[in-house]
Design a protein around this ligand. Structure first.
Ligand code: ATP
Length: 365
């Protein structure tokens, strides 16, 4: 096991494209770190540089305290798991899992021991004599994981390993990988574009966009304290809604709404007086104003229900406020029809304000 450290790492592809820009990150020994971001943000490129499958154009990469910039992949003592399982079709599960060890000249008895151990962890024991075509997608991906485990590497590097699986299997495999990590404690870097995978698996999440790190934090810290509008919108489902507005005298307001800011937040954003901001609202900080309840107008948004999606346990409602839409997560048993006028109470202590230009979160303490 080993720490992984990237200092000022950059990647320029041969065509001059700057895919990764000044990437700085220290991954602790045994940590599970997830790189997440939209397609093309540079997460696979960064992982491939750690693996040694892609040259590093600039900067310094250390694994286990030694600089590995110029080492071949096999000299880095890491194991990769990809989206495509890349199993040898003519070999059994046992042979596939043991193949890298065989190439390394590990004695047969030891290979069998390590394969049996990994097969037990991954519940593959009954399948060891089958060939890949006799396995389901989830079983094949477990074999690919097993092949990585038997090598006892210093780190696992995983690039969208679950994206070929259907939704139910993905949930199961997510749990298997998390369990394996708890058991083995091997440093793991995991790439995904799926924010749910990132939130449920990572000790820390690295959110990327356009080749740059946007924020590095634990799942809940990212959710509750997004550094900028991009992170706020990328993490969370249903996504955070935004309303254009201005800050004036402790109030954030725009077309069709005005909310009173908590005193401490009003102080923090006082330097932005009169300037345009984007108000960020998570769906769960909105609730329906109960009939007969006294409304504190500084904490109420009024609008019209546009789309009502009853999901059983909850109802997701898209509400038009002025000319903009927001999304509210309401109780499953609310009785709302599209076109109905609504009053929503806002928990103003949980709103976010983003500078309209820089998109930085200006409301955090
Ligand atoms: P995805 O989720 O789609 O795999 P990603 O975040 O992993 O996306 P990368 O594969 O790291 O993205 O690619 C980052 C950027 O670098 C993209 O804009 C991509 O088009 C570009 N890129 C990747 N490989 C090359 C290459 N060999 N030559 C030039 N540009 C490349």
């Amino acid at each position: 096991m080993a720490a992984i450290s990237l200092q000022h790492v950059r990647k320029f592809y041969d065509n001059g494209f700057h895919a990764v820009k000044d990437f700085n990150l220290h991954i602790e020994d045994g940590e599970f770190v997830v790189f997440v971001g939209p397609s093309g943000c540079g997460k696979s490129t960064t992982l491939r540089m750690i693996a040694g499958l892609e040259d590093i154009s600039d900067g310094n990469l250390q694994i286990g305290g030694r600089v590995v910039n110029d080492l071949q992949p096999k000299e880095r003592d890491i194991a990769m798991v990809f989206q495509s399982y890349a199993l040898y079709p003519h070999m059994t599960v046992r042979q596939n899992m043991g193949f890298a060890l065989k190439l390394d000249g590990v004695p047969k008895a030891q290979i069998n021991e390590r394969v049996d151990e990994a097969a037990k962890m991954l519940h593959l024991e009954p399948l060891l004599e089958r060939r890949p075509k006799e396995l389901s997608g989830g079983q094949r991906q477990r074999v690919a994981l097993g092949r990585a485990i038997v090598r006892k590497p210093q780190a696992f590097l995983m690039d969208e390993p679950l994206s070929n699986l259907d939704a139910k299997l993905r949930v199961e495999m997510r749990a298997s990988i998390a369990r394996l990590h708890r058991k083995l404690g091997v440093t793991t870097v995991y790439v995904t574009h799926d924010q749910v995978e990132a939130m449920t698996m990572g000790d820390r999440i690295v959110v990327m966009k356009g080749g740059e790190i946007q924020q590095v934090a634990s799942p809940m810290a990212l959710y509750e304290r997004p550094a900028n509008k991009f992170v706020g919108s990328f993490i969370g489902s249903p996504a955070m809604s935004f309303l254009d507005g201005h800050v004036l005298g402790g109030v954030v307001g725009g077309e069709g709404y005005a909310l009173t800011l908590p005193t401490d937040m009003a102080q923090r954003v006082s330097g932005h007086e009169g300037q345009p901001v984007s108000l960020g609202l998570r769906p769960e900080i909105l609730s329906l104003l109960q009939p007969g309840a006294v409304a504190d107008n500084g904490a109420v948004l009024r609008g019209v229900a546009e789309v009502v999606e009853p999901l059983g346990a909850e109802t997701i409602v898209t509400v038009q406020v002025g000319a903009q839409n927001i999304v509210a997560r309401l109780a499953g048993n609310v009785d709302i029809r599209a076109g109905q006028a609504l009053a929503l109470v806002v928990d103003c202590s949980r709103i976010h304000l983003f500078d309209a230009e820089s998109e930085a979160n200006i409301s955090l303490d």
